[in-house]
Design a protein around this ligand. Structure first.
Ligand SMILES: Nc1ncnc2c1ncn2[C@@H]1O[C@H](COP(=O)(O)OP(=O)(O)OP(=O)(O)O)[C@@H](O)[C@H]1O
Ligand SMILES: [Mg+2]
Length: 294
């Protein structure tokens, strides 16, 4: 599964998701990639959401660049539309590239059918991702909060899945739905997808909601006495996060030494430690088999 580049490095394709809206999927994708970039890892963020939160988070103008839509309908090669710091008026974090989305992504289904009635739309990411293998250490797929074609395609194409959750009264129900989605992906076309972990964000340790969610994820996700799927590093709630987002910047630019920025640095190291378990024998490495959860 994992192909290596000439230096023997693997490209990890990680979908970040939860079909519940507003649970920090995009915030986590953007900041985790930025933290890994700071460590010298080559990261690509692929924005698969018509609301293009990741694109906007990097201050990239909404309609400024071709991107996901054009790649999915086969009009552009991913390499030709990926945005880097060489592009004008773009200020991306070091080692982070982005494949941007625009509003036209809402019309992707009609566009795909118009091109080829027999196309299996859930497979549209497979070929473009294959062509990007070896060029990055990480490819993060930032998914939409609903079962759009690009989101389903991400479940089909990813090897690893990071679940995002934020404390709110429906967080646990949302998490269970999200796990069911990963299991469905495993059963129907992507048997290799594994849950890498759950990131709890927007956590205010003083609140009961945060504690309830924390305990739930700790326990339910640790079947057979294995360690919890929850990343030990949780991301605190802070107004610095929406502030940075509104400016179209990452916290690494606006608040380089903020507690949350530091948490993302620690989280990035935790992700890499967890991934180390993947090399060699890939079948039974303490990664979380979602089958064990239900
Ligand atoms: N640690 C945090 N502290 C405070 N606010 C946060 C934190 N993380 C994310 N947020 C805020 O929560 C909101 C939702 O975050 P984000 O857009 O990343 O979620 P999402 O899951 O990608 O949403 P969508 O489902 O719409 O794509 C944003 O306004 C973001 O600024
Ligand atoms: Mg988002």
């Amino acid at each position: 599964m994992m192909e290596q580049d000439q230096l023997g490095r693997e490209t990890r394709i990680i979908a970040v998701g939860n079909q519940k809206g507003g649970v920090a999927k995009t915030t986590n994708t953007v900041h985790l990639a930025t933290a890994l970039g700071e460590m010298g890892r080559r990261c690509l963020i692929w924005d698969l959401d018509m609301n293009h939160g990741a694109t906007l988070h990097f201050g990239i103008p909404s309609e400024g660049f071709l991107g996901t839509f054009e790649v999915l309908i086969g009009e552009e090669q991913p390499e030709d539309v990926i945005i880097t710091n060489d592009d004008e008026d773009v200020e991306l974090p070091e080692h982070v590239h982005i494949l941007a989305a625009r509003r036209n992504l809402e019309k992707i289904d009609q566009a795909l059918v118009a091109k080829n009635k027999f196309l299996i739309t859930q497979d549209v990411l497979l070929k473009p991702l294959q062509s990007l293998r070896g060029q990055y250490d990480y490819i993060f797929l930032d998914t939409a909060p609903n079962a759009t074609t690009p989101t389903i395609a991400a479940y089909k194409a990813a090897e690893l899945f990071i679940l995002s959750a934020m404390p709110d009264p429906f967080a646990i129900a949302g998490l269970n739905d999200a796990l069911a989605d990963i299991q469905d992906a495993q059963r129907h076309g992507n048997p290799h997808i594994r849950l890498l972990g759950v990131i709890l964000s927007g956590v205010d340790k003083r609140t009961r909601l945060a504690n309830t969610l924390n305990e739930y994820v700790e326990q339910i996700f640790a079947p057979d006495g294995r360690r919890s799927a929850k990343f030990k590093t949780t991301i605190s709630r802070s107004t610095a996060v929406p502030q940075a987002q509104k400016l179209g910047k990452t916290l690494f630019q606006t608040h380089p030494t903020h507690a949350v920025t530091e948490q993302y640095r620690v989280l990035a190291r935790e992700v890499e430690t967890r991934l180390l378990g993947l090399t060699g024998n890939q079948t039974n490495l303490g990664l979380y088999d979602t089958k064990a959860v239900r």
